[in-house]
Write a protein that binds this ligand. Structure first.
Ligand code: PM9
Length: 464
């Protein structure tokens, strides 16, 4: 039973609310109309038609008073902005990297890294794929190989650090293909599509040791670095007395570079970067950033956005903030489990993932159970979520066949500092009501399927 007054288990918000945005309520009749018009794709709903918007934690964060004040000191010079210099200083201090290349968001950094570091036909092992990351790797001739531990593909299994790389899988790949045919290892902290699962410090250290032995670089996807650091502090032996800042510094000492979407743990609405240690790679990245993003001193971001990101990165390291953040997400997971609703266990850092295979066990994966469930949750309670299953996984670039991921999930993603525990109670109640008549959820088929990253704009209709 969830004790909602247990402050250790579920800390109160470590902030006061200074500015608010009114939420519109939408009738069930209007929600049915809205989802039909959106082709049963929650990405295509209008934001004002959503009562509680848990589509993503990306760019949906509430900025602090200090960040808004930072917006006012934006130096919008075309080159050499003082906000860039501040962001560069913060990135160097927090992560310990030598060089910073700002980008408009995470995928801008992925585009540049994949272009400069992958040669046609090289392998890119990673701890599960992410949609935009894999797209850029494959678009640049890379072959993605999933080397995450097997446990990550088992939704019901509750073990810590499900995001770890399986070192045997990685070593086998290096032995079979040869170190020269590995572009780099891509290590995401945390692993989004595995359910926001963290990677242990031990695993990062071991991956670094193995790769150094073979001269292979390790590039992190740092998007949710602070949440990962909190899990280490909470659950890995020897880290309880260390600050989040110290843990982050050690995590990144095992990396050669990182891509970052600032829109998540940077607690901003836009922005990202590529950080590197290697001088030669940095030189190449600077040449490309001017083609795709902008001058190396703004890379697609306004000066004010770089200032807000610099402040947000610092705020994400505050122990009270990050503890509250991770535990608020866990609260939703605990409420859902109380109702017997199947989720990916343990709860991740940014979201709770409903296990659509078990929730909709009357549908086959070809009937897009997670897509159908996300649409049904919206109709039930006006709560917007996101499919993270077969539709997101897309098709094999060579064969054109659908990928069939083991995890077929709906993600209830919690924006940072936006919703209260009470909002999450409503989300849990919505899921409970739907779970009681889950057999009424009908499967879906495509009426429009885009060639790339299809989940963003695809349209569907019910299967009769
Ligand atoms: N993630 C998310 O909702 C936003 C777009 S995809 C639906 O989870 C990782 C781990 C991410 C991520 C974005 C990106 C790309 C890279 N790595 O959205 O381009 O979760 O800033 O970052 C989204 P950008």
């Amino acid at each position: 039973m969830v004790d909602i007054f247990d402050l250790k288990q579920y800390p109160a918000e470590p902030f006061k609310i200074k500015s608010v945005e009114t939420i519109k309520t939408v009738t069930k009749e209007d929600r049915i109309k809205a989802i039909e018009e959106a082709g049963y794709n929650t990405f295509l709903l209008k934001s004002e038609d959503c009562y509680i918007d848990l589509l993503t934690d990306s760019g949906t964060n509430a900025m602090s008073d200090k960040q808004w004040a930072g917006i006012m000191v934006g130096d919008e010079a075309y080159a050499g902005s003082k906000n860039f210099l501040k962001l560069e200083k913060v990135v160097k201090e927090v992560f310990g990297f030598k060089h910073l290349v700002p980008t408009h968001q995470g995928r801008g950094a992925e585009n540049i890294l994949s272009s400069i570091a992958i040669k046609e036909g090289q392998y890119v092992p990673g701890n599960m794929y992410f949609t935009t990351t894999r797209y850029h790797q494959e678009h640049n001739g890379g072959i993605f190989v999933d080397v995450i531990r097997d446990e990550a593909h088992d939704a019901a299994l509750d073990v810590p650090f499900k995001g770890n790389i399986d070192l045997n899988k990685l070593e086998k790949l290096i032995d079979e293909k040869g170190a020269e045919n590995i572009a780099y290892v891509c290590l995401a902290v945390t692993v989004n599509l595995a359910g926001g699962q963290p990677v242990s410090m031990k695993n990062m250290r071991e991956v670094h040791e193995l790769c150094s032995k073979h001269g292979i670089k390790v590039m992190y996807d740092a998007t949710r670095f602070a949440e990962n650091a909190y899990f280490i502090k909470e659950q890995e032996e020897g880290y309880q007395d260390k600050s989040i800042r110290e843990i982050v510094k050690e995590m990144f000492s095992y990396a050669d570079g990182a891509t970052m979407s600032g829109k998540k743990d940077g607690i901003v609405n836009i922005g990202g970067f590529l950080a590197l240690n290697d001088d030669e790679l940095f030189g190449k990245a600077k040449e490309l950033v001017v083609v795709y993003e902008g001058m190396p001193s703004y890379g697609g971001m306004a000066g004010r956005d770089m200032e807000a990101l610099a402040i947000g990165l610092e705020e994400s390291l505050q122990d009270s903030y990050i503890e509250y953040r991770v535990k608020q997400v866990r609260y939703l997971g605990d409420r859902l489990k109380e109702y017997g609703i199947p989720i990916i266990e343990p709860a991740g850092g940014h979201a709770i993932f409903l296990d659509a295979r078990r929730f909709c066990d009357h549908l086959t994966q070809d009937e897009f159970p997670a897509q159908a469930l996300a649409a049904a949750i919206y109709v039930e309670g006006g709560v917007r979520s996101m499919e993270r299953g077969i539709v997101s996984a897309g098709r094999d670039v060579k064969t054109g066949e659908n990928h069939y991921p083991k995890l077929e999930t709906v993600r209830l993603t919690i924006p940072r500092r936006v919703y209260t525990y009470k909002h999450l109670d409503i989300v849990a109640e919505t899921c409970k009501h739907l779970y009681e008549h889950r057999k009424d959820i009908k499967g879906l088929k495509f009426t429009y399927e885009p060639a790339q990253l299809r989940f963003f704009t695809a349209r569907f209709e019910h299967i009769d």
